[in-house]
Design a protein around this ligand. Structure first.
Ligand code: ZN
Length: 130
């Protein structure tokens, strides 16, 4: 057992930034500059006619969700008028980390995940394995 914690490079990094800071945190962690991320606004309309336009960062067409929860009434809004979801599936409730994993290669996603787990263990006072 060594006493190298004093120079632990992870100290001082905010715990939980991956989930707490959302996309901005993810951009910071992945080194992506917001300046080079294309904003992609998509308008969704819920069954009650509320419109919401979340802005997705640099997503391909197939990566953009078909439905989006209405911030006013909580119903699922649709990108395409006339179509409504038959059921609310887990697809609607992906975390930012899930989106990040989809956007990165599996190897990169595992690195992000391992890093996040390490942060979690440190926050709980556990020593990382190895
Ligand atoms: Zn609504």
């Amino acid at each position: 057992m060594t006493m190298a914690n004093a120079s632990n490079p992870f100290r001082g990094i905010r715990i939980g930034s991956a989930s707490g800071a959302g996309l901005a945190g993810w951009q910071a962690e992945t080194g992506r500059s917001p300046a080079v991320v294309h904003k992609h606004p998509v308008t969704y309309r819920c069954p009650l006619g509320h419109e919401t336009t979340p802005v997705f960062a640099d997503l391909a067409e197939e990566e953009i969700p078909e439905y989006w929860d209405c911030p006013r009434c909580g119903r699922a809004g649709s990108r395409r008028p006339g179509t409504q979801p038959g059921a609310v599936g887990p697809e609607l409730y992906k975390s930012h980390l899930d989106y990040a994993k989809e956007r990165r290669s599996p190897a990169e996603a595992e690195q992000v995940l391992a890093w996040a787990l390490g942060q979690l263990r440190r926050s709980r006072g556990e020593e990382p394995a190895g």
